[in-house]
Design a protein around this ligand. Structure first.
Ligand code: E4P
Length: 250
């Protein structure tokens, strides 16, 4: 059983719901996650993460090997810096066979504690690793989801998150938002606690569409997050209000 270096005592607090023993920590985590539309940043650029985390609107970070490569840094230095900013959910991708992913996932969890979410690919080995890591109380994000059937298997393997790749589906002339909707609806019908984390989001419009389709979380590039503040009519309205205010003040 993996032990986190900073595991709070709450982890050992259990209670019973209709005769079933439930971990208080797991229960509270699920409850707060489900009640909130969450925004994650999809980047390993810690300068940008620092800048946008100051808004208080960022719930987590997703990384992948490509994003880590672009940062030009050691992945664990990146995770540590993000953790030190107080971010409580960081997807850290692992590779290799099921055993290798399990070993690496446990090691990362032991090093970074409860902020770690282990990201595994949607493969046979990835799902075997997902089951094992989940049994150890470690959050798992199953990535590279392109079909409802894959999301069903990830759910069966106990994933905390599934990541449908909206933009990459659209690039191939298939609606990514429609897939988000199908998975969210399936999960709702079957009272699934696995959350839909819409990934590969390319523009502001897609963020709204993904949440409208039932995504619990959207992970978005920093540029898209910044774009969410903006609207031409907000700018026009603001300019007019400023002019009128200035004339009142005269
Ligand atoms: C997130 O977890 C994915 O790694 C990411 O969103 C992929 O985005 P891309 O399709 O823009 O590379």
């Amino acid at each position: 059983m993996a032990e986190s270096v900073d595991a709070p005592d709450l982890k050992s607090v259990d209670f019973k719901v209709v005769g079933v023993q439930v971990s208080l920590l797991a229960f509270l985590y699920k409850l707060t996650s489900i009640l909130k539309m969450k925004i994650f940043l999809d980047t390993a650029d810690t300068e940008l993460i620092q800048k946008y985390n100051e808004t208080g609107l960022i719930d987590g970070i997703t990384t992948n090997p490509t994003l880590i490569m672009k940062s030009g840094r050691d992945p664990e230095d990146v995770y540590q810096e993000i953790k030190d900013m107080g971010i409580r959910d960081i997807s850290m991708e692992v590779v290799g066979s099921a055993d290798e992913m399990i070993e690496e996932g446990v090691r990362l969890f032991e090093k970074f504690g409860f902020c770690s979410t282990i990201k595994v690919p949607m493969t046979r080995d990835g799902l075997m690793a997902c089951s094992k890591l989940t049994d150890e109380g470690i959050r798992v994000n199953v990535t590279l989801i392109f079909a409802a059937a894959q999301a069903i298997l990830a759910r069966r393997a106990g994933a905390s998150y599934v990541s449908p790749f909206v933009g990459r589906m659209n690039d191939n002339s298939v609606s990514g938002v429609a897939l988000v909707q199908t998975i969210a609806s399936l999960y709702n019908q079957h009272f699934s606690t696995t959350q839909v984390l819409a990934a590969s989001v390319r523009d502001v419009h897609q963020v709204g569409r993904c949440f409208d389709a039932g995504a619990n979380i959207c992970t978005i590039p920093p540029k898209v997050f910044w774009g969410m503040y903006k609207h031409v009519l907000t700018d026009q309205g603001l300019e007019q209000f400023q002019k009128d205010w200035d004339s009142v003040m005269k």
